[in-house]
Design a protein around this ligand. Sequence first.
Ligand SMILES: [Zn+2]
Length: 506
Amino acid sequence: MARFSFSRSWWRPVAWLLCASLSAPPLATAQLPSMGGGDGMTLGAERRLGDQIARELFRDPDYLDDPVLQAYVEDIWLSLMQAARARGELTPDQDERFAWTVVLGRDRQVNAFALPGGYMGVYLGLIAVVANRDELASVLGHELSHITQRHIARLMSKEGQQTPLMIAALILAALAASKSPDAASALMVGGQALTLQNQLRFSRDMEREADRVGYSVMTDAGYNGQGFVTMFDKLQQASRLNDNGAYPYLRSHPLTTERIADMQARQQLKEVVPAPLTLEHALIAARARALSSVNIDQQRQWVAEPEGAGFAALPVTRQAGILYTAALAALQLRDLPKARQWAARLQDKVRGQPEAQRLQTWLLAEVDLAAGRPAVAAAQPLSAQGPRPALFLAVQGRLAQGGRDAVEASAETLQTWVTLRPHDAGAWLLLAQAWRAAGKPLRALRAEAEAQVARFDFQAAMDRFKAAQELVRRGGEAGTDHVEASIIDARSREVGLLLREQASQR
Ligand SMILES: [Zn+2]
């Protein structure tokens, strides 16, 4: 299998839909309304379209809810949002109505893309190739600016454009076809999708604006603006080495000498010095690399890498990354002794660097949990205020250890967490496990239903609510939880309305 293979994931057409192609002419900018407004499509309509697309993304096998990578990207994303808010680029209306959700895709493409309604797709390939937070912030800042400047809404509201619902239907048709073994039908829908791609393409002016606003946002957020330049340089180097589609970010964001010169002028740089890989990001990139591959030969190769001849001579940052990838690859191959050996050996490499140390501890906890040793995970703080990966490990560790108090405390803490973040489907699912372990099946069913609501699968949510109501009818211990039973009735009515609304949009 080629190193950068084309998977059948339907994410790719979506990425193309909303980003320009290198070979295609730019939009006639004269037809566009002035920059900054999203004329023609309301925030609410754009959000509904985004939700429809997100619903399908969440169902895709390539969708990944990895607490560690999600937390890292979200941390950068949230700080960029904060800066955009302070600058007035992100309006209170957008803040309230858009989803502002990062969706990770298990794909080795170096790509990130803004979707309608404030959704932001990020492929693991991008995380694996950037050197530090600054570089990732430059890409996310650019995409964030496509969202705040309402570029997507303006593309979709052009004269002669399909209605938003038609766009969603076409996207979904293209997605279904991309998974179908029937080449003919894929080709047909591919043609439609191609037409759509030509309609939905950012203009050069939009790209220039996303660079300008994105640069200001990322530097205001405290990132080094040089990340923008080194990222451009990295992409340009890569495009010279490799023109086989391995760097689709280039296809969607053509690097013109103008864009590069513009960025260098902003930085007042005479030459570009490649950014050093930080230790923290070396581990994050290593994780992205390991999780983006399901190729067993590749994983075996990674597991053996720390034993290779040149390993000892490598800089410590490289060694750390190799050990992290090796440990995670061994875990995926269920070679638990090897996974533990490499995760433990990583400890020496991260000493004195708190962010990297934390990542090493989480890795060790993950490996130990898989091997039936929950102590490291259970030692993580059980807090609804702390980082999500620590909370998830803390709960998993306590559930594995058992004990009524620890299990109930886990459920209560997660309950607080989802009250603050009702869209966290992963947390709802973990909460369902915790309530089940605590002997509260009714609450477990409701948590499962809420996880489906968070992913916009209202039918699946209704099925869980019905199962819960059935449990109440049958009486027994579940029948005595009157508070929970009335919450379930109320929620099932609300979700029933959402389901009818969703059906009427078809
Ligand atoms: Zn762009």
